[in-house]
Write a protein that binds this ligand. Structure first.
Ligand code: NCD
Length: 303
């Protein structure tokens, strides 16, 4: 594995290797001194050309906990404002002997394109509506913490499937790990060809939640939507929102995931987001461990 561009490219064994490595990394984050020398002298550059809090900070902390130098570049204030192309910018960053680039961009395919042009490993931190592989890995890791195995488990992903890169990466990750995946949302937010990905498309939240062990709620990706895709937010939340009443439709003991940022009262009610079945903050904790594992494996660790 030279780059991490999407879950679609990974085998089940590769996914499991990352998750097993993340188990060891999680322990480092629980120590009083949260730093090991593993990547000392390595340089990781985070190029985030789209808004991010969790993912950017998580990659930065992950690099630092492994003693790598982490540098952050955002579009504001970068030479992209001087009409430099992204490829030229990435080539220049790589020329400073960077060991790995983490890239988030609003256009699908940008991390892949850069991986073919700059001679260093590239990690996709979210590209348009395409993929967000480290999010899916941390989602799977978090589900496995509660369930032990995903074989035969039911995962319901609800919301804006069409514009969500998390949905695509989660579909690949959970199906590869043996789960049955269902999706639900307004018809305008369900891609026509979604069943070709091996998932069941459900018309209602009832159908999606029946017997579900894992519920993944998604934010409406307003930044990628032009015009209205449903009549009103109130109707959206009544039909596809998760609250304590709709949660009862799932398997008792079902866990709730959300990649964040959450829009309270839209796709998820505060009483569910802040209560026991929610693993939302565990996902954030685990995200650091999963990203440490990815940085370690891609910079030659364990090979
Ligand atoms: C997600 C993203 O950026 O795709 N957020 C994240 O990385 N945690 C989901 C979202 O923005 O809704």
């Amino acid at each position: 594995m030279r780059h991490l561009l999407g879950i679609e490219d990974l085998s089940r064994e590769q996914i499991e290797r990352i998750l097993t490595t993340a188990d060891a990394m999680l322990e480092i984050s629980q120590r009083e001194i949260k730093r090991v020398p593993t990547l000392r002298g390595r340089t990781v550059i985070n190029v985030f050309l789209e808004s991010s809090t969790r993912t950017r900070v998580s990659f930065e902390i992950a690099a630092k906990r492994l003693s790598a130098d982490a540098i952050n570049v955002s579009s504001a204030g970068s030479s992209l404002a001087k009409a430099e192309t992204l490829t030229d910018m990435a080539l220049n960053l790589a020329a400073m002997n960077a060991d790995l680039l983490v890239v988030r961009d609003r256009t699908a395919g940008v991390p892949q394109m850069l991986s073919e042009r700059v001679g260093v490993p590239v990690v996709n931190a979210g590209d348009g509506c395409h993929e967000h592989p480290t999010q899916a890995l941390l989602d799977a890791f978090t589900a496995l913490q509660s369930l032990g195995s995903l074989e035969g488990r039911v995962v319901a992903i609800v919301g804006d499937i069409a514009h969500s890169r998390v949905a695509r990466s989660d579909i690949y990750a959970f199906t590869k790990l043996g789960a049955e995946v269902r999706v639900a949302g307004p018809a305008s937010m369900i891609p026509l060809e979604v069943e070709a990905l091996g998932v069941k498309s459900c018309r209602t939240i009832e159908e999606a939640f029946a017997g579900a062990d894992v519920i993944v709620m998604l934010r409406i990706q307003r930044e990628r939507i032009e015009g209205a895709l449903f009549p009103s937010l109130r109707e959206y939340s009544q039909t596809f929102g998760l609250d304590s009443a709709t949660l009862r439709l799932a398997h008792p003991g079902a866990i709730v995931l959300h990649p964040g940022p959450i829009n309270r009262g839209v796709e998820i009610s505060p009483e569910v987001a802040d209560a026991e079945p929610s693993r939302i903050l565990d996902q954030v904790t685990n995200g650091v461990a999963v990203r440490m594992a990815v940085l370690y494996l891609l910079t030659g660790g364990g090979s």
